[in-house]
Design a protein around this ligand. Structure first.
Ligand SMILES: Cc1cc2nc3c(=O)[nH]c(=O)nc-3n(C[C@H](O)[C@H](O)[C@H](O)COP(=O)(O)O)c2cc1C
Length: 183
């Protein structure tokens, strides 16, 4: 009983990772919407099932609720730069489910506009990525994360990892979108 309570408390800790990967069907889409600040305003049933949360638990929460600690900060910085400037982006992302399991997605994130052309929020559709692409992305993200973790502070770490990400894009033809969509 006591041990059970401890395990349950451990799983609530957002740094806890079980090491277990979750998969969803290639026919399914994980969908969420946020306001302009990244606060969740909608999540579909597939999102809730895979992330292991109820609708009440995610609504009104920042989208970093499902952030996996292994994700490089520079990827999110790049994502926000793109979407807040009105562009769409595709990105490989590993997320953390409520119980510490993880799941990889290929995310497409787009801004939503009001009639006057102002960004009022964002919309993300995610598909199951090919396992061989995840195998290719994982070591790149690990390297970016190592750069971030070995820097004297988070700001410098993100700056350095962003440079490494830009270098990787340059080495692979210079067009991030073309690289991601070719994988
Ligand atoms: C529509 C939308 C969907 C997002 N989806 C995810 C997601 O699935 N996983 C994730 O970790 N961050 C997602 N983000 C990015 C988060 O807002 C946040 O930048 C990220 O989790 C990093 O959090 P941190 O800056 O607090 O470390 C999404 C943002 C938007 C606007």
């Amino acid at each position: 009983m006591f041990l059970g309570a401890n395990i349950s408390a451990m799983k609530q800790d957002r740094s806890f990772l079980s090491g277990k990967e979750r998969r969803f069907s290639p026919d399914e889409f994980i969908v969420s919407k946020t306001d302009a600040k990244g606060i969740i305003t909608y999540a579909n049933d597939v999102f809730l099932r895979i992330a292991g949360y109820t609708l009440d638990e995610v609504m009104g929460k920042p989208h970093n609720l499902i952030r996996h600690p292994g994700m490089p900060r520079c990827v999110f910085k790049f994502l926000w730069q793109r979407i807040s400037a009105g562009h769409e982006i595709f990105a490989y992302v590993v997320n953390r489910a409520k119980d510490g399991d993880h799941y990889w997605v290929l995310a497409h994130v787009t801004p939503s506009y009001d009639k006057a052309g102002n960004i009022i929020g964002y919309h993300s559709n995610r598909r199951l990525p090919k396992p061989e692409v995840v195998q290719m992305i994982e070591p790149i993200y690990k390297q970016l994360r190592q750069i971030e973790d070995s820097a004297p502070n988070p700001r410098e770490g993100t700056e350095q990892s962003m440079k490494a990400l830009v270098d990787w894009v340059e080495q692979n033809g210079g067009n991030y979108d073309a690289i991601i969509l070719s994988l």
